[in-house]
Design a protein around this ligand. Structure first.
Ligand code: FE2
Length: 259
């Protein structure tokens, strides 16, 4: 079976290219399950009910988030209502929503998880390594394939998570940096890994945001209003082929389409 994971959808340009390209990508790669990181989908920061609906209408089966999960206040109620909308599972106890979902796809029960790193991020969550262990334990016997979107800044922390889960998850896919890395591979015990899947949205931008505003910010170090950039767009993703019996990855392929 195949899982397609789409990197951080940024604002309206990201949502639009997703709607245009995802059905074709799903078909051409034979994807049974589509996971989309939507933490920047609402004007670059967070998610709202209507934006979440747009991602589902574009073809997302599960939507993951990250450090911008609660930027829009509507996300609090939405997370409690939508079992396929995931926030990082290592939020301290009491946070709305959940960090994992078991979904049927390609004849398998797939445990999709979202976790967030702690290195160089502005929000300090619980230890993601132990939290992922606890999530796997909690679902033991109720899934065939495990998949993790690991939202993190530090390459070291993401590589460590890949090795930590090698043989226990079909894939550890990094998100958050918005720049796709070229290090995709299947680790020795069968876990597909990439440090960062990249960003879906404006190509001529700084991480999806208006490049001129970002240059001014760097030059002046003054508060700057960030808006999602316009112009040509890109879609970044990976597709992971998973063996149904063993739950291990056979192959991982990077997708980078730029207009
Ligand atoms: Fe992020």
């Amino acid at each position: 079976m195949r899982i397609l994971m789409v990197g951080d959808v940024c604002g309206r340009p990201g949502r639009t290219i997703l709607r245009e390209q995802l059905p074709g990508l799903r078909r051409s790669h034979g994807a049974d399950l589509v996971v989309v990181n939507g933490e920047n989908a609402a004007a670059g920061f967070g998610i709202t009910p209507s934006v979440y609906e747009e991602l589902l209408a574009a073809g997302a089966d599960v939507v993951t988030l990250g450090n911008h999960t609660f930027d829009k206040k509507e996300a609090m109620a939405l997370l409690d209502e939508e079992p396929r909308l995931l926030r990082p599972l290592n939020y301290p106890p009491g946070a709305p929503g959940r960090g994992a979902a078991v979904v049927e796809a390609g004849g398998c029960r797939v445990l999709v998880m979202n976790a967030m790193g702690r290195v160089f991020l502005p929000i300090l969550l619980d230890d993601p390594f132990r939290a992922v262990d606890a999530e796997l334990d909690a679902h033991r016997g109720r899934y065939d394939v495990a998949f993790l979107d690991f939202h993190g800044e530090a390459t070291s922390e993401k590589e460590a998570m890949g090795w930590y889960l090698d043989g226990r998850a079909a894939a550890v896919v990094g998100t958050h940096t918005h720049v796709q890395t070229a290090d995709e591979r299947v680790l020795p015990l069968g876990t597909a890994y990439i440090t960062d899947v990249g960003m879906t949205g404006p190509a001529d931008s700084v991480l999806g945001m208006n490049k001129d505003a970002m240059v001014q910010r760097m030059l002046r170090q003054l508060p700057t209003r960030f808006e999602v950039a316009e112009g040509r767009r890109q879609i970044n993703a990976v597709v992971v082929e998973v063996d149904r019996e063993s739950g291990q990855a056979r192959e991982v392929q990077r997708i980078f389409i730029r207009e």
